[in-house]
Design a protein around this ligand. Structure first.
Ligand SMILES: Cc1cc2nc3c(=O)[nH]c(=O)nc-3n(C[C@H](O)[C@H](O)[C@H](O)COP(=O)(O)OP(=O)(O)OC[C@H]3O[C@@H](n4cnc5c(N)ncnc54)[C@H](O)[C@@H]3O)c2cc1C
Length: 358
């Protein structure tokens, strides 16, 4: 029996992919997806995969406006985006997974030893035997802890939903230079999800951002979500155990978006039970994307607000470059490095870009 711990997107999609096997999912809540800890932005490419199981599209996105404190530029990349309703997505994926797998809700994974898992359900501890365990139990994975997996670095995120005077309802807004990662707003029907991601104190960052946005934020906050984002993929396979999703750091290191990298990992479950092959194939597809993504994430930490002002000023003159960029594939930036080195004239910024990107 394959024991999947966690019924979020990683657990449910894995159960669907492993439907030929005897699978049991344990989910500690009554249903996954609550509280929602997601802005719901995915690429069209990712949505095409998700919509096979869930019609959860809320809005279509054609590009992004990048803001620094004093500049802004509108860019459209190679691939558009879609805003999805995470509650609906998680619910539908879990329902689909339960067509193929045994599902135990309100059941928490506690421990495992010699292929026996210790579970807790409605206050009672009990044991189940398993052949293989898949930890899809999120960023603070108990499975990862029990089996001694390396842990990714964890950033914190705070997100509010509020009425918002956005630029356009098909453009997300990215705010750079407010934290050591990034901040965003995702438009939706007169409202926006406005979030801050940072390695430390994201609430302070969000307050600063909201002050800067000023009157564009209208009325009071309707919803507040706090979450964590793992940055950096770890070795995710062991003996009869593997991690999937946030538990493994399967998140774009430069945005914190996890759904596309989960979809890509689940594709590789076709090689199950050859775990080494799953890992090899996954890293063959995405290894370079993680590498470049991590470099971009490190750049966020060293660029100063005035560097972003300068870079966005430069990008305004060259916004056509973005047409070749792909939100899922940061490696698409590589072919522009010679151009970037030509157009970025400010030495201090150029040195930071060279040290991290080249
Ligand atoms: C503020 C914020 C905004 C985000 N925005 C985006 C975005 O716009 N686009 C995007 O692609 N990604 C986004 N992400 C990331 C995305 O939400 C995650 O990558 C994704 O939810 C990971 O799915 P998962 O199934 O691995 O983990 P989770 O969704 O966390 O699911 C884990 C499941 O495991 C269960 N569980 C945990 N421990 C146990 C246990 N011991 N026993 C049993 N069950 C357990 C939990 O109850 C949960 O249901 C965002 C994250 C945050 C925090």
């Amino acid at each position: 029996m394959i024991l999947i711990v966690g019924g979020g997107p990683a657990g449910s999609l894995s159960a669907i992919a492993l439907r030929k096997f005897d699978v049991t999912i344990v989910e500690e809540h009554q249903s996954p997806g609550f509280p929602v800890q997601c802005a719901g932005l995915v690429s069209e490419r990712c949505y095409r995969e998700l919509r096979r199981f869930s019609d959860c599209k809320l809005n279509k996105i054609r590009g992004a406006v990048f803001f620094s404190k004093n500049e802004s530029v509108e860019l459209e990349g190679r691939c558009g985006g879609v805003v999805v309703e995470r509650k609906v997505l998680d619910r539908d994926l879990f329902a689909k997974a339960s067509e193929f797998a045994n599902v135990m809700v309100k059941t928490k994974f506690l421990n495992a030893r010699k292929k026996i898992a210790e579970l807790l359900s409605y206050g009672k501890r009990f044991e189940v035997e398993y052949d293989f365990i898949l930890g899809a139990d999120g960023v603070y994975s108990r499975v990862a802890k029990v089996f001694g997996f390396e842990r990714p670095k964890i950033y914190s995120a705070v997100q509010v939903t509020s009425r918002f005077d956005y630029f356009s309802d098909d453009l997300v807004e990215i705010y750079l230079g407010f934290s050591d990662f990034l901040c965003y707003s995702i438009p939706l029907d007169g409202f926006a999800k406005i979030g801050a991601i940072s390695s430390k104190n994201p609430m302070q960052v969000l307050k600063r951002l909201l002050r800067w946005l000023g009157k564009r934020v209208k009325g009071c906050v309707l919803e507040l979500n706090v979450g964590a984002i793992p940055i950096g993929i770890v070795n995710f396979v062991g003996d009869n155990v593997m991690l999937m999703g946030d538990s493994a750091g399967m998140v774009k290191p430069y945005t914190g978006g996890g759904l596309y990298y989960i979809v890509k990992a689940v594709e590789k479950l076709k090689h199950f039970p050859n775990l080494k092959m799953i890992r090899r194939e996954y890293l063959r597809d995405l290894g370079m994307e993680y590498k470049i993504g991590m470099r971009i994430a490190r750049l966020y930490g060293v660029l100063k607000p005035e560097d972003y002002d300068y870079m966005i000023g430069v990008l305004k003159e060259h916004s056509d470059l973005a047409r070749e960029l792909d939100m899922d594939k940061p490696s698409t930036i590589l072919k522009f490095i010679p151009t970037i080195l030509k157009i970025v004239k400010r030495r201090s910024v150029m040195m930071k870009l060279i040290s991290l990107l080249v």
